[in-house]
Design a protein around this ligand. Sequence first.
Ligand SMILES: C[S@@+](CC[C@H](N)C(=O)[O-])C[C@H]1O[C@@H](n2cnc3c(N)ncnc32)[C@H](O)[C@@H]1O
Length: 357
Amino acid sequence: MTQSDEHPQSPRSGDARGTAVADPSDSPKQALRDYHQITRLSESQEDEDRIAEQPKLVSRFYDAVTRFYEFGWGTTFHFSPRRPGESLVESQRRHDEGIGETLRLKPGMEVADLGCGVGGPMISIARATGASITGINFSPLQIERGQRLVAKAGLEDTCRFLYANFMDVPLEDGAFDAIYSFEAVCHAPNNLLLFRELYRLLRPGGEIAIVDWCFTDRFDPDDARHARIRSEIETNNAVPDLLTTTQQVETAQKAGFEIIEAIDQQAEFGDPRAPWYMALQGRDFSFTSWARTPMGRGFTAAVTRLLEFVRIAPSGTSETARFLNVAADALVEGGELEIFTPSFLIHARKPESTEAS
Ligand SMILES: C[S@@+](CC[C@H](N)C(=O)[O-])C[C@H]1O[C@@H](n2cnc3c(N)ncnc32)[C@H](O)[C@@H]1O
């Protein structure tokens, strides 16, 4: 797909800000009900169906969970390699800025943040590097929230949002000098097609840094406990078909990328005294981390039940809290067994000459 430089949503034009509008009457109950259609899709053998429908259902998942994520995680929705004594937010900022360094971002570069959430990583990276960043997201609710955060940070000149499905981004070939992503590619209905779309969006010689969820080579599909953890992680996080680290690398290569580095950042840079999942276990107890601890999660579930009963919280709030608790426990179990990593990095390049690919 080639689009002209005049495309109205080019990141170089001033019109790339998202125009998506969230529905204020929507409830978490309705959003979760829609999301559960994903089970029907994952049973479907028709890939075309999944490619068209899954992104919409994932967006409904984020309609249900975004307020919980903001409550527990703030503005950045990803894990990071931790250091003892460092807060979750400090580790996320260090991680975000590290990706900016990996891609050697600087003022004047056009960069995409794929699946940008409410914009926490984009704000950190734009501040640290001065690069011009387009956050691509299929969640109108998150874009609305992100636009407010970017305005509050005074970064409207360098940060903008584009409401789009990352499987088919309405921008011209070679629109970006670099693309990064934290924990979003795992939502793709087909990773090969997504890596091909990234390849198209990148200029020749441009680089990607994709940090994402994968099963490690320790994962054994024939082990019943591993299979149960896999199913709980996938269903309760809207990531229906996670790849192994090896499959992720092969997929990027098949799309035409030259791998510069492919590492499990947790195994490489994590500290066993401060594993990535400790925020979900309550091991870094503090006022701000409390909502993520088992006790905080239990408290939230009880309070939301009560608030829902007296009609202060919208219907489905407590169901969403329970759903996310299963997700959190499965992530901790997968982390402890080292069969799962949330931070598998693929740093890769689109060749300068793309004639052969
Ligand atoms: C776990 S969140 C991570 C958000 C952000 N990268 C961060 O670290 O704060 C995953 C993000 O991917 C986005 N996403 C999922 N599927 C998408 C799709 N098909 N197109 C665009 N964005 C998508 C979600 O809306 C959400 O913002």
